[in-house]
Design a protein around this ligand. Structure first.
Ligand SMILES: NC(=O)c1ccc[n+]([C@@H]2O[C@H](COP(=O)([O-])OP(=O)(O)OC[C@H]3O[C@@H](n4cnc5c(N)ncnc54)[C@H](O)[C@@H]3O)[C@@H](O)[C@H]2O)c1
Length: 452
């Protein structure tokens, strides 16, 4: 499954390999070609990709499975990435014009309906605003922008132009997350009042990205596009000018989920973080943060940590309520709903309706719990919960449903699952974490910070 690959895990692999194409390719070539051919021309959406790096490729692969999408152009400042993108698309029948500068592309490509922006975060706002002004719909990756001002400009330009702007928080279109939120939490209230959420994104230690000398961009071109050297271009995530560090890169996803599931924007944040391991980086390699919320049921708090020196348990979110709790992730293994036997009514009826699915606790596990509870009164006081699961699995690449939603919005007027205002509120919440690390104290959000 193609999931976020921060800090360039695959960069060297794809550079050295004519095998690069296979790194892109998680599905059969024939299947993709068929998908591309299936849409009648009237339904076709003509698209350009801006930023043909790791995530651009993930999005291309997801798009190749959506019949209405036709790529017409690719844009990247790096010839290596341009070639890669255009050749790859060519294999699937998408003949693309190639550009280094998005402004030139927007000027020349008159037939485009939409662009997909997977550039580094600092270019999201200029690229998106220019594309909207040129009359294109935009799917722009998260974090919406590395500055609140940049994100605000995107919302204002979207409103002014009336074009669609979807921000790439793809979990908002994931059927498992939709089921968890809409059915299990909102409809059946199986967790009761949610008092806490927690989440983590843990990545194993990684070296900085490098590339072979023959692929390096010359200094003048790098400078023209705002980078001092190749190291900055390849490792933009770690530089303050280009991104917001791991909390914005990875935490953005799950902090957005807290807001969605708790149905409330954070009202305050505290955080601790540091450059504790990668001494040459500008951004914190680990951040631990706590948000406070006023939900419709009362106060809630979330704990979140992003670590880049341990892969421990990967990435997941947890929602904890009086009557139950839920573990969920894009990683399929995190998919549990726990009924608190002491406080919750039976869930049999919800099992029959297909909202949750019972997982039988093994007899051995039950016997061990019982034995432990006999010798330790604390265990007896908090009986083990009953284990269920969310009976919905994603059978597509994780970004595909979010892209499908975007194209359905263009073609049929479907509502976007992550429109500009939603992406903006998320960016406001996430970007304040870095401020809180510096401030070393609790920072409050004013309600007007979320409004434009
Ligand atoms: N939704 C997700 O799951 C997810 C996962 C990974 C990354 N992302 C997001 O996708 C974006 C790209 O991340 P990535 O991992 O692919 O980075 P990357 O470094 O692999 O790719 C970025 C590409 O953009 C190109 N680029 C740089 N400046 C440009 C400009 N001015 N115009 C056009 N192209 C330019 C670079 O040459 C590079 O090829 C980021 O915003 C990141 O946060 C989202």
């Amino acid at each position: 499954m193609n999931i976020e690959v921060p800090n360039g895990m695959t960069r060297r692999q794809f550079i050295t390999a004519g095998a690069a194409a296979s790194a892109w390719l998680a599905m059969s070539k024939t299947g993709l070609a068929q998908a591309a051919a299936a849409a009648p021309p009237s339904d076709q959406v003509n698209v350009a990709l801006v930023g043909c790096g790791d995530q651009g490729r993930v999005l291309v692969n997801a798009c190749l499975k959506i019949p209405c999408v036709k790529f017409r152009a690719v844009c990247d400042i790096w010839p290596y990435a341009q070639r890669y993108g255009s050749r790859y698309l060519g294999k699937y029948g998408h003949e693309t014009n190639v550009y280094a500068d998005y402004r030139e592309m927007l000027e020349k490509e008159k037939g485009l309906d939409a662009i997909i922006c997977a550039s580094p975060d600092w270019m999201h706002s200029p690229i998106t605003c220019a594309a909207l002004e040129a009359g294109k719909h935009v799917y722009c990756e998260k974090l919406m922008s590395n500055t609140v001002e940049g994100a605000k400009q995107m919302v204002l330009t979207q409103r002014k132009t009336g074009k669609l702007l979807q921000i790439g928080h793809q979990r908002r279109s994931n059927p498992r997350y939709l089921h968890a939120k809409n059915k299990i939490i909102d409809e059946a209230h199986l967790l009761g009042r949610i008092t806490h959420a927690s989440g983590q994104w843990h990545n194993v230690k990684k070296d900085d990205r490098t590339c072979a000398a023959k692929y390096e961009l010359d200094e003048a071109t790098l400078k023209k596009f705002g980078y001092d050297d190749m190291h900055q271009l390849l490792n933009w995530r770690w530089f303050k000018k280009y991104g917001g560090g791991p909390i914005c890169d990875l935490g953005a996803h799950q902090i957005d989920m807290f807001t969605w599931f708790l149905n409330a924007n954070p009202k305050a944040v505290i955080a601790s973080g540091g450059i504790d391991y990668y001494k040459t980086h500008e951004w914190y390699d680990n951040v631990i943060t706590v948000f406070e919320y006023d939900t419709k049921d009362g106060v809630a708090r979330s704990m979140y940590d992003v670590l880049t020196t341990t892969g421990s348990l990967g990435f997941l979110e947890k929602y904890m309520g009086i009557e139950g709790s839920m573990v969920i992730s894009e990683m399929p293994r995190w998919n549990q709903v726990f009924r608190e036997k002491a406080t919750a009514p039976e869930w049999t009826v919800w099992g029959e309706k297909g909202l949750v699915k019972r997982v039988e606790d093994t007899a051995a596990a039950n016997a061990e719990e019982k034995k432990a509870a006999e010798v330790d009164v604390r265990l007896a006081a908090s009986p083990p919960p009953e284990t269920w699961e969310i009976p919905v699995l994603l059978d597509k690449p994780p970004h595909q449903p979010h892209l499908e939603n975007f194209f359905e919005a263009i073609r049929k007027g479907a509502p976007l699952n992550c429109p500009a205002e939603v992406g903006y509120r998320s960016a406001v919440a996430v970007l304040k974490v870095n401020e809180a690390v510096v401030a070393q104290k609790r920072l409050e959000f004013k309600p007007e910070e979320y409004r434009i």
